[in-house]
Design a protein around this ligand. Structure first.
Ligand SMILES: *Cc1c(COP(=O)(O)O)cnc(C)c1O
Length: 370
């Protein structure tokens, strides 16, 4: 059978390995496995969110509220915007997909950083759009501007901070960049890790309201999967002016968010104490990862997220390290598929991080003894 040939060049997205797989393949007890691979919140979701999710089980036979009244109202209040400036997706992934479908097709180009969130390219390729990437791995707005002027893309993706590298553009440089972009071009600002970035450095903080009021062609994306600890519930959101949101609604499948997910996200958003606790743990533990790298002479990218990327040099090999750790129950992300000899480690709880340091030291010692 032949298929849409735009699909031929798509590499299927490889998600972080789930704990169950390591249990099956390596016979390690689930309780012994440390997962530092998918940038989840190691503290879990707010207990209040967990309760709200369980409570919804009694209503499992009922369709969810498709207007998403409560969560939209809470998001609107949180960001000081109106309800018609927000759309909720099954993860912000789904909003990325809506953006692509709204603006990209085979006659258009889509611009992104060389190393960034893989789904931008996957969705854009699905519709046959031409993918343009900057020469630098990390976001470089000078390169973005040059490529914008040459290729006139219909969409630009800025991942602020960037996954999987962890670097983060500053608010002022983003605003200066946006001033030079035509209103016809949709600029997607993916803020999946903004909670972490703004906690670390206020110059990196983006206010979605100010952003969309200043630039009517910008859309801000947020998610409940990372700092809010609800990756399993699949809830994300897009914030843009009402006419963009209205258009994205044409692409939305009905009931795209389940009732437990809506309830969980609403409760999680209310529990800002849990977010503060999350950010505090992350910051303290991030320092341990930096210290470890410095002591071991490993290069890393200063991170504005809940993960850190170690850049390796031969004879250290990211695939070998990822396998070594996996066989011992520690799951991290190998960035080999991005063309890098690098690993990305999600910042975990203190005892989880200790386990990583212990095993990684073991590996390094064995390499150095060779
Ligand atoms: C995790 C992530 C998302 C989306 O996650 P969802 O679970 O689909 O909300 C989007 N962008 C980046 C950069 C991410 O890391």
């Amino acid at each position: 059978m032949t298929f849409n040939n735009a699909l031929d060049s798509i590499q299927i997205y490889e998600a972080g390995k789930p704990i169950e797989l390591v249990v099956r393949e390596y016979g390690i007890k689930a309780s012994k496995i440390v997962k530092l691979a998918s940038n989840e919140n190691p503290l879990g979701a707010s207990p209040k969110a967990q309760k709200a999710i369980i409570k919804k089980a009694k209503e499992a036979h009922l369709y969810p509220d498709d207007s998403m009244f409560e969560l939209k109202e809470k998001l609107a209040k949180h960001f000081n915007i109106t309800k018609n400036e927000v759309i909720i997706g099954a993860g912000s992934d789904q909003i990325i997909e809506f953006c692509i479908h709204a603006k990209a097709h085979s006659q258009t180009a889509v611009l992104m950083a060389r190393i960034t969130f893989a789904m931008y390219e996957i969705y854009a390729t699905q519709v046959g759009a031409r993918i343009i990437k900057t020469p630098s791995n990390e976001h470089n707005l000078k390169e973005f501007l040059e490529l914008y002027q040459t290729h006139k893309p219909s969409i630009i993706f800025l991942c602020v901070p960037n996954n999987p590298l962890g670097e983060c553009l500053g608010r002022e440089e983003i605003f200066d960049f946006l001033k030079q972009i035509d209103e016809e071009c949709l600029v997607v600002i993916d803020g999946a890790y903004q909670e972490y970035a703004s906690y670390k450095d206020s110059k990196k903080a983006l206010n979605p309201k100010v952003l969309i009021e200043t630039f009517p062609n910008a859309i801000y994306l947020g998610t409940f999967s990372k700092a809010y600890g609800l990756g399993g519930m699949r809830v994300g959101y897009g914030i843009a002016n009402a006419s963009i949101i209205n258009t994205l609604y044409k692409l939305r499948p009905p009931f795209n968010i389940t009732a437990p997910s809506l309830a969980g996200a609403t409760a999680a958003l209310k529990d800002q104490k849990h977010i503060q606790k999350t950010l505090k743990n992350n910051q303290a533990q991030m320092l341990k990862y930096e210290d470890f790298a410095k002591k071991q002479g490993i290069a890393f990218i200063p991170s504005y997220t809940n993960f850190i990327t170690y850049l390796l040099e031969s004879p250290l090999d990211s695939t070998q390290i990822a396998d070594f750790l996996l066989q011992r129950g520690v799951i991290i992300r190998n960035l080999h598929s991005y063309g890098l000899n690098a690993i990305r480690i999600t910042i975990g709880k203190p005892e989880e991080n200790k386990r990583f340091f212990q095993l990684f030291s073991e590996y390094l010692n064995s390499k150095r003894g060779e």
